[in-house]
Write a protein that binds this ligand. Structure first.
Ligand code: URA
Ligand code: CA
Length: 434
């Protein structure tokens, strides 16, 4: 097989076979096919697309390029959740203990964040003593015992994706639904879960700005998952504004605790109940989505979800007393209120830019090497559609810098107030099963 023939084949709009796709991915990972040929192929895929079968074969080839996590020693149907990325997305912290309280085994491999705020691990590390440096055996034992554990990224998962994603980033070939779908799904499949619930974000702050694109991406990922034998479904949810109120690591931990106590933001709570119901249903812990939802609502009401969170924290060395005493979480030195300059209704809270404002405070990483400040961030006091009076707080800013003029200016520019009434955006647009 010659790579140049395969580039021409795709360029001219033909379908690549499973063997051809395997040849490309294997050759690229081991270094026998150079960047420039793969770049040309990626560009051909951007223009020509890939069939459903090609996408599944590409995903499988990427999964097989590295290690795969074996979770077979864990009892039950292991369910993983993945979000395509949002601002202030605290769902994982809530959903883990919530679904585990309903009996779903949650064996989560998680990473550190880049950009806006930290990843799930950074957030959990704002809890004193908590650590994810556990070995595989302990990880499996913990999930069997408590139904939930989180481990740091280990092993050499999907090296083909790492190399391809870096190449696509600098060759203008990220924006391709087959390439994005196979990239995300290869990582999820290699991580070993039996079933996958996807939260595909849509809107101004999301990777996919339109509902049509989000739907196409969701369908592509669901088809890939199901075709390789992992039960997969997707929810399309709003990212026109940040989810919940908190953006920042310790602040989001506090928000997750509030939500597990039944006092969380309405949007975060609703999204967690929706995603969680699908997790419970796919894990076959309920016969219907309605039954699953009732189980989760009960776990919040009767305190078992919160107890599960405490158990999870202390099993991995964390100080569980922060659940009852959130003041023990890292605290910022300065608290400022950003006051509305006029009366009206909130029309826009640009998620991306508000996330960047939190990053400027130190809540996120500008580069992989940046050290994040776990205490700082933002609490939104208003959401889109809310009425606001001049002088009322729009955002509470938690900072360790005294001078935050740049952050304030950025927030003013990205929180728009209009005189006309505004309706709040839809939270959940669609649920996609195939
Ligand atoms: N996220 C991924 O993991 N891969 C992509 O290709 C795009 C977004
Ligand atoms: Ca939040």
């Amino acid at each position: 097989m010659r790579m140049v023939d395969l580039i021409e084949k795709k360029r001219d709009g033909h379908e690549l076979t499973a063997e051809e796709i395997h040849f490309i991915i294997h050759g690229y990972t081991e270094g026998s096919i150079p960047d420039y040929q793969v770049s040309a192929l990626m560009m051909a895929i951007v223009f020509r697309g890939m069939t459903e079968r090609e996408r599944a074969d590409l995903t499988k080839a990427m999964v097989e390029s590295g290690d795969q996590i074996d979770l077979s020693q864990i009892e039950g149907i292991k369910v993983d959740k993945h979000s395509t990325g949002g601002v202030g997305d605290t769902t994982t912290l809530v959903l883990g203990p919530l679904a585990a309280a309903a009996g779903v085994p949650i064996a989560k491999m998680s990473g550190r964040g880049l950009g806006h705020t930290g990843g799930t691990i950074d957030k959990l590390e704002s809890i004193k003593g908590f650590h994810v440096e556990i070995d595989n055996e302990e990880f499996i034992d913990l999930v069997n015992k408590n139904k939930i554990a989180v481990i740091g990224q280990s092993g050499n998962l999907t090296p083909a994706d790492k190399k391809l994603y870096a190449l696509r980033d600098v060759t203008g070939t990220v924006e391709s639904i087959p390439l994005i779908a196979s990239s995300i799904m290869s990582k999820k499949i290699a991580a070993g879960a039996d079933a996958i619930v996807l939260d595909v974000k849509t809107g101004a702050g999301a990777f996919m700005k339109t509902l049509e694109d989000s739907r196409e991406l969701a369908q592509a990922m669901v088809q890939i998952g199901n075709s390789v034998g992992r039960k997969t479904m997707a929810v399309i949810s709003d990212m026109n504004q940040p989810l919940g109120f908190a953006i920042g690591n310790a602040l989001e931990v506090k928000e997750a605790i509030d939500t597990l106590k039944g006092r969380g933001p309405q949007d975060l709570t609703e999204l967690c109940l929706t995603l969680g119901s699908h997790m419970v249903y796919l894990a076959e812990k309920a016969d219907s989505l309605d039954e699953a939802r009732t189980m989760l609502e009960n776990a919040i009401k009767n305190g078992t979800a919160l107890e599960k969170f405490k158990e999870f924290l202390s099993s991995q060395g964390g100080d569980a007393s922060i659940v009852d005493h959130p003041e023990k979480l890292p605290q910022a030195n300065y608290i400022f209120e950003l006051e509305a300059k006029e009366d009206g209704y909130i029309a826009e809270i640009t998620a991306d830019e508000v996330g960047t404002a939190a990053m400027l405070l130190g809540a996120g990483r500008a580069t992989k090497e940046s050290v994040i400040d776990l205490a700082v961030g933002l609490i939104l006091r208003k959401k889109i559609g809310d009425k606001v009076k001049k002088g009322e707080p729009l955002v509470t800013i938690y900072s360790n810098f005294e001078n935050i003029n740049e952050v304030k200016q950025m927030l003013y520019e990205n929180i728009k107030i209009t005189s006309e009434k505004v309706t709040a955006p839809t939270l959940i647009y669609e649920e996609i099963m195939e």
